[in-house]
Design a protein around this ligand. Structure first.
Ligand SMILES: C[S@@+](CC[C@H](N)C(=O)[O-])C[C@H]1O[C@@H](n2cnc3c(N)ncnc32)[C@H](O)[C@@H]1O
Length: 344
């Protein structure tokens, strides 16, 4: 049999495929606004008509109707015969109170401080200037430190995305022999909470900036706070000592190579020879292929000076510069891989 290789057999024409990729920004913005307005939260387990939703959120009813209709066209809400709308399973994922909720992602992605930086991407590629810094006149993390509302939204996003990948990570590494696990740049503790729940013999230390560790609700949520110390500080200055297993999840991708080596050196100073270090990142394949890390790499380019995703070989180079030996890379059932290293 001769294979049909005509363009129609392999998908829509190229112009349509590219148009769909470009237009994907519009449903993205729409869902972000639906999340910001907390429409799925207001609907909850019931059905609500746009007038009820408008009253609950204090909004302009005719436009609430239109955005609910658009959300229904995306399969997030479902219109009933009486003009009311209910959540579909996708709408439930945008509620604050459902397991695995991604509402915080919708909110953050739609925050002007975040998406305005993307507007400077082409200009940044021309000049090498970090788009976020061009737009805001300051670095991403300094901006978060100075804007508590943005910091809270970013930390909530990290916690939610963290929870989505946690199961895949804890199932892919044996934490049963660790005594003290330190999560460096560990956010509000979502990963450490999942790891400690899996490793009842272990104690933990959560380390992040003082602003971020002001809220460690994931530790309390997993009932592991009694086995976990919380330390606020700066990982360019020092990292808590006493750990035999250190973790860095989606930390190094925020920084250029020299800053990564500085962070790794602080880890190495805090933990002696033979201790283990795990880097959890979207490790890029050596060649271009459809891997989510290549688009996340652009997000890093937009936000942070020198931020980037890296290949396993590139992590190996950074580790060697900081006194670690790379042992290997383990994929997980999520986009994250685990790069394991030993202090030498
Ligand atoms: C992309 S987030 C990752 C958070 C967490 N590891 C996770 O996977 O959810 C990077 C983290 O690095 C923290 N961070 C940035 N600069 C820091 C510094 N100088 N010292 C300590 N933590 C810092 C941020 O507050 C943030 O929580």
């Amino acid at each position: 049999m001769i294979a049909d290789t005509s363009p129609m057999a392999v998908g829509p024409p190229p112009q349509i495929q590219v148009m769909q990729m470009i237009m994907a920004a519009m449903p993205s913005r729409t869902l972000g606004a639906v999340a910001q307005l907390a429409i799925p939260d207001v609907i909850g387990n019931d059905a609500r008509n746009p007038a009820e939703v408008a009253e609950a959120i204090g909004a302009f009813e005719p436009w609430v109707r239109r955005i609910m209709r658009a959300a229904a066209s995306l399969g997030v809400l479902q219109e009933r015969g009486d003009g009311s709308f209910e959540n579909t399973p996708l709408g439930d994922a945008l509620r604050s109170d459902t397991p695995g909720s991604v509402r915080a992602l919708g909110v953050l992605a739609n925050e002007p401080f975040h998406f305005m930086a993307w507007g400077g991407l082409a200009a940044g590629v021309r000049t090498g200037e970090v788009p976020f810094e061009h737009v805001h006149g300051t670095t991403f993390f300094d901006y978060l430190r100075d804007n508590p509302d943005a910091n809270e939204k970013f930390a909530a996003w990290m916690t939610q995305t963290s929870k989505l990948a946690n199961e895949a990570i804890v199932a892919s590494y044996d934490f049963s022999t660790a005594n003290t696990i330190i999560d460096v740049g560990g956010g509000q503790g979502a990963l450490l909470a999942a790891v400690l729940a899996r490793a009842p013999q272990a104690k933990g230390i959560l380390f992040d900036t003082p602003e971020v560790v002001a809220d460690t609700s994931p530790l309390e949520g997993a009932c592991v706070q009694d086995r976990c110390a919380v330390v606020g500080g700066d990982f360019f200055e020092s990292v808590p000592s006493g750990g035999d297993l250190l973790m860095l999840r989606t930390v190094l991708h925020d920084w250029d190579d020299d800053d990564c080596v500085r962070i790794l050196c602080r880890c190495r100073e805090a933990a002696g020879p033979g201790t283990s270090l795990l880097i959890l990142e979207m490790v890029l394949p050596g060649e271009c292929s459809p891997h989510p890390g290549f688009i996340m790499d652009i997000n890093m380019l937009v936000l942070n000076h020198g931020g980037r995703e890296r290949t396993a070989a590139e992590y190996g180079d950074l580790l060697a510069r900081a006194g670690y030996r790379m042992e290997g890379t383990t994929p997980t059932p999520s986009p994250m891989s685990i790069v394991e290293a030993t202090a030498v």
